[in-house]
Ligand binder design. Sequence first.
Ligand code: FES
Ligand code: FES
Length: 154
Amino acid sequence: MTRVETTINGERELVDVAANLTLLEVLRENLLLSGTKEACGVGECGACVILLDGVPVTSCLVMAADADGRSIETVEGLAKSGELNEVQQAFIDKGAFQCGFCTPGMVLTATALLRDGSAPDIEEIKKALAGILCRCGAYPKILEAVVEVTGGSQ
Ligand code: FES
Ligand code: FES
């Protein structure tokens, strides 16, 4: 076992993890943060995307021990005092999901992209979200939602 000290959604966490566990497994199974989804398990679908030190990563490809000393954000941490962040709200306003399986990764990636007042254009948004597969084909609504947050139009 390795002791990992990390910050998850703003709270310090100490977790003892086996060397062969991925960050995805620890988030879902040890910490019960099941908003992070598992699908392919090999880094190809983006369902498991979380923010590691503010950067979107596929958590199925990160060993839990490598999260030591790092800051993690999952979809559970986005709402503050019961209020959704602007990307979450835009997804609801635009109906930007069907089954919702890709939604945590999409919302976290868009949140990271739009931080610090940056205003990406549609091509930059598409590029940022390109690694996340939406089986339901909700891409047009997802793009609409993210563009709305930038204040732009498609
Ligand atoms: S479950 Fe991690 S990329 Fe698919
Ligand atoms: S809404 Fe179903 S996978 Fe995207």
